[in-house]
Write a protein that binds this ligand. Structure first.
Ligand SMILES: Nc1ncnc2c1ncn2[C@@H]1O[C@H](COP(=O)(O)OP(=O)(O)OP(=O)(O)O)[C@@H](O)[C@H]1O
Ligand SMILES: [Mg+2]
Length: 572
């Protein structure tokens, strides 16, 4: 399947690969001089006591050794570099490709699985990619050159040595197939292990397991998974070892057979002692490259399982992507007129629509408040506007342009969202804020923090804005995190704001202050607020009540109270 595709990964390095192969060929040819020098030593220089010739021959042997070692160093250097480059490209491509996947992909994929493919699978390919090409080339040329030299020395003895080849090749193929199956299984098991690590040892996971008392069962799951891995590793190693061991015996038997055949009348012929010694020396030199080739075959075949898993990720279609021919929009000039036209959306695998036939019209610069019971679909509506999902039918437009016709980057700078969950990176508060706007000055960052009512708190931290937060640093409370998220969004300065219960976790005093900041920010911007407590949405130009994904009421606070429907009940 993917052999050609693996080859294509290397195609950018054609020249470097050609150099490597040239070095290998040159080095093998040079190395082939050795046995002939040896034969001359034994057959000519020693018996004739020709000291001059002997010195020359020995010097030649040393030169050959020095030259081949030097070639080896250069060759390893170039080929390792190529291998690392290929892995680097692959790893970056997978990361970039997954980054483009929609939220739906991450929801259906287990946490830990992605990590496992990037680290375990690509990591496993690393050694194969680095060593395979050069190993094939060097072993093949050595083997061929040795074989040629053997034939030149004595074709009869060469034939004798050849008999071991067919069983060796057959056995290796069997090992390769077994290992390939085991490798696929092992990588799946590794991914499982990663998932357990993620679920058991991440901050949220450990909290859940501590409060639920599931520690022991997680440990049991991990232990079982780890034990299965041992088993797989053992089987994978052993699958090769016995066969390889029996093959070393076969190969070791060759010199014995050669001495035997040298003494037999029909094969002995006119062989000199020098030829015999040189031949056995050569023959043992043939053993290593041949075993090497067979081993490369095994590891290459079993690594196909790794490649398959990585290619599978590279081949994932991107379901939410930049349009073919995007409408040119200047985010700075967008008015922010948001419309939902009869939008229906069901989550992948969901049986009922989370949003059904919703039509909304939010004039540029006005505020729309979405209210409704939990699970009614408010966050989903917000997600559709930010194009985290695409509607199953209907359309979402900003200034009359379908969000699907905008570049994702443009949309992201037009629509800003403070979501129900805030993710902080493991870095300083300052960098967390700057994530929203990489070129923000420290001053702008502080202004945003002040507006979000979080400046005092940050300033009071041990290192102020340079305090490390996130996965392992200072941990903000829920309300503090939300204010960080608000500051981030303020920095992005989007035309369209989505506030998904942004103020729900703030105490009354702070909430009022943040609300003031937001009211100022909302000036001239289109704002969609989602809040459970109706006190915060009272002043919205338009209030829409959502129930089971549908709009059931809309109007202003006064008109809805007047109508005495669902809103009036909620507000009472
Ligand atoms: N990723 C998902 N896959 C499948 N169903 C989902 C997914 N996310 C939400 N839902 C379902 O879609 C419906 C609407 O969810 P949504 O998050 O929009 O509700 P909400 O109005 O924001 O609720 P809350 O007020 O509690 O935040 C719910 O029934 C929920 O279970
Ligand atoms: Mg919600």
């Amino acid at each position: 399947m993917s052999l050609r595709r693996i080859g294509r990964l290397f195609s950018a390095y054609r020249v470097a690969l050609a150099i490597v192969i040239a070095i290998i060929v040159a080095s093998s040819i040079v190395a082939m001089a050795s046995p002939f020098l040896l034969r001359a030593v034994i057959d000519n220089a020693l018996p004739n006591q020709d000291l001059r010739l002997l010195v020359w021959l020995v010097a030649g042997m040393l030169a050959v050794a020095a030259l081949t070692s030097a070639f080896g160093v250069v060759q390893t250097w170039i080929s390792t570099k190529i291998g690392q480059q290929v892995i680097h490209r692959l790893r970056s491509d997978v990361f970039a490709h997954l980054q483009r996947q929609s939220i739906a992909f991450f929801i259906r994929t287990r946490t830990g699985e992605v990590q496992s493919r990037i680290t375990n699978d690509i990591g496993g390919m690393q050694s194969v990619v680095t060593s395979t090409a050069t190993s094939i080339a060097s072993n093949l040329t050595t083997a061929v050159a040795t074989a040629v030299a053997m034939t030149a020395l004595s074709w009869r003895l060469s034939l004798v040595s050849l008999v071991v080849m067919p069983p060796a090749v057959y056995l290796t193929r069997r090992v390769a197939m077994t290992r390939r199956a085991i490798t696929a299984q092992r990588q799946r098991e590794l991914a499982d292990l990663n998932v357990t690590i993620e679920e058991g040892l991440s901050i949220s996971g450990i909290q859940l397991s501590k409060t639920m008392g599931t520690g022991p069962s997680l440990v049991a799951r991990f232990t079982a998974s780890s034990a299965r891995l041992i088993d797989l590793e053992l089987r994978s190693e052993l699958a090769g070892r016995w066969v390889m061991a029996s093959m070393s015996v076969i190969f070791a038997a060759i010199p014995a057979v050669i001495y035997l055949s040298a003494g037999l009348p029909m094969t002995a012929g006119t062989m000199t002692i020098g030829t015999l010694v040189a031949f056995t020396a050569l023959q043992s030199g043939l053993f290593r490259p041949l075993m090497g080739l067979l081993n490369v075959g095994v590891s290459l075949t079993s690594s196909l399982a790794l490649f398959a898993r990585v290619f599978e990720y590279l081949d994932l279609p991107v379901d939410i992507d930049d349009p073919q021919s995007p409408v040119e929009v200047n985010p700075a000039l967008v008015n922010g007129h948001v419309r939902f036209d009869d939008v229906t959306f069901a989550y992948p695998g969901g049986t009922t629509a989370a949003v059904a036939g919703v039509s909304l019209d939010v004039a540029a610069g006005t505020t729309l408040a979405l209210v409704g019971e939990t699970g009614s679909g408010k966050s989903t509506i917000a997600a559709l506007l930010a194009r985290l999902y695409d509607p199953s039918s209907g359309r979402v437009t900003i200034d009359g342009i379908d969000v699907r016709d905008m570049r994702m980057a443009d949309l992201a700078s037009v629509v800003g969202m403070v979501s129900q969950e805030t993710y902080l990176l493991h870095t300083t508060v300052r960098e967390n804020l700057r994530y929203a706007k990489p070129d923000a000055t420290d001053e702008q960052i502080e202004t945003a923090a002040r507006a979000a009512q979080i400046h005092e708190l940050i300033a009071a931290l041990p290192d102020g804005y340079d305090t490390v937060v996130g996965s392992r640093g200072h941990r903000f409370s829920g309300g503090e995190k939300q204010r960080i998220a608000i500051a981030r969004t303020l920095l992005r300065n989007p035309r369209v704001l989505i506030l998904d219960e942004a103020t729900s976790a703030l105490d009354t005093e702070t909430e009022r202050a943040v609300q003031t900041a937001f009211d100022a920010l909302a000036q001239g911007r289109t704002t969609i607020t989602i809040a459970h407590r109706l006190s915060t949405v009272r002043d919205a130009a338009q209030i829409v009540v959502i129930d089971h994904g549908r709009v059931i009421e809309s109007g202003t606070h006064a008109s809805l109270v007047e109508d005495n429907g669902r809103y009036a009940t909620l507000a009472a």
